[in-house]
Design a protein around this ligand. Sequence first.
Ligand SMILES: O=C(O)CCC(=O)C(=O)O
Ligand SMILES: [Fe+2]
Length: 277
Amino acid sequence: MAVRHCMHKNHTHLVRGGTTGLLEKASIWEAELMQQATQDLAPLCAQLQNDATLRVMLNLLMPELSLQSQAIKLQYNAGGGGCFPMHFDTDAAVDTRRVTAIWYLNPGWQPGHGGELRLYPFPQPAVDIAPLNDRLVLFSSTDMLHRVLPSSRERCCFTIWLSEGLRRRAGASVAAEEQAAARAELQRALSRTQPLDGEEAWRLILHPHIRHHAAKLRHCAEWEQSVRESHPQGPQLQVALDTFTAEVAVVARALAPLLPALAAGLPPEHMPRRSWF
Ligand SMILES: O=C(O)CCC(=O)C(=O)O
Ligand SMILES: [Fe+2]
């Protein structure tokens, strides 16, 4: 595969004390389709980069997303346990990516080869998706926690990120006021010294400002394990694990009144519909 010549190692971004470090993943290589070098080596990749079919279809089905551009990378997992730690692809405050589409290229994948995509539509239980050839999986880039389980075989996919345009940003100042009010309400609730009761606690746990943090606490043991599995041993991995432990402690302190409800779990009758976007 000629395009392998322009592949580089994938890294996990480590945010710590205001600086971002890079932690190389074991066995994972990638090529950006936007880059001319990739397109020159693999004309089909240029065609895919410029194909608007998925974006147009999604805008028809979900016009509220208002998707305007796409960035695509080709991912090659060399096998031998290559995997991704638990993560959200982005945060709405960081960039405009809104939909993640993964298109798998694995003829002959068998149960037992590993490399399943695991989605965590918190508070619903996790869902494993086999990376079957020609399967396309779509989920929210901002709200869906996910990881890739260790793969014992070579595994390939295109990862397509669809971004919203500037149009939706027009209402930003109204949204900012609403957000300030929501933040004040959350601060009041979280400054209580007594635990909140189940229903009130779950309303806050599922609040968009809290849900990501609550999901991290709920799955913290698996999250830590996934960081260990995805990166080579060494001092940088230890820094990543220490940073993770410190973050979890801060989140647990901040969400203290919600912890009993989180540990007890949401009663099935209150479980919201599974939400992918
Ligand atoms: O390989 C996959 O199935 C998912 C990859 C992924 O999560 C990513 O590139 O952010
Ligand atoms: Fe991802």
